[in-house]
Design a binder for this molecule. Structure first.
Ligand SMILES: [Zn+2]
Length: 204
């Protein structure tokens, strides 16, 4: 099917958030800087810290995991720990078919209705058709394959973010990815010199 993965949360599905096995030093925060991981970070600000700590603990063995505070969110690593001495850079590689295949088997062990987009085919840069075939092969072997919903990956649309001055109202706008919902930028109104604010629609 096509659509927004997150819409399926409201329809009693668990959502697969694709990640890398990585963490910042210091801080142990997973960067979650793009794609579905970024969308998840914007919704759940504490997720990157929890996930970074988890990756730092489980390292190469980090499996597919549900977020304890909201088990509807399933973290699914598609990029392995690239360099144990430099765990911050794991995001900067292609996704791994091997890790994805392993993760799909782990995903089958989790109960419930689960929605995913082809793991590793967005920012992981793997060919979507091959990943979709792998997904169908592994999840199709589940006793109840229909509990999995494969949502077609699509690059997020862009949104127009208005810039407003308290005195002059809307004084301009710029384009931002839809993922940047909640984004707040401060600037100065050229007409009156007072602060102006650009605020992307905060509702998620
Ligand atoms: Zn103004």
């Amino acid at each position: 099917m096509e659509g927004d993965l997150w819409d399926l949360l409201a329809q009693h599905h668990r959502i697969v958030v694709t990640t890398n096995i990585g963490w910042s030093v210091p801080g142990k925060i997973n960067n979650m800087g793009a794609g579905i991981a970024l969308q998840a970070k914007l919704r759940i600000p504490k997720l990157p810290r929890w996930y970074g700590l988890t990756c730092a603990w489980l390292r190469e063995q980090t499996p597919v995991l549900a977020y304890p505070k909201d088990p509807r969110i399933i973290l699914f690593p598609v990029k392995p720990l690239l360099d144990p001495d430099n765990p911050e850079i794991s995001w900067n590689q292609l996704a791994s078919f091997e890790l994805i295949e392993q993760g799909l088997h782990q995903l089958r062990a989790l109960p419930g209705q689960i929605a995913l987009s082809t793991p590793g085919a967005g920012n992981g840069k793997l060919p979507e058709a091959e990943v979709a075939e792998l997904v169908r092969r592994v999840l199709g072997a589940d006793p109840n394959p229909r509990r999995f919903v494969l949502v077609k990956w699509h690059q997020p649309d862009r949104q127009r973010v208005p810039v407003r001055c308290e005195v002059h109202g809307e004084i301009g706008s710029f384009d931002a990815p839809v993922e940047a919902r909640g984004l707040l930028l401060r600037t100065i109104c050229r007409q009156c010199g007072l602060p102006a604010i650009a605020h992307a629609a905060a509702a998620l």
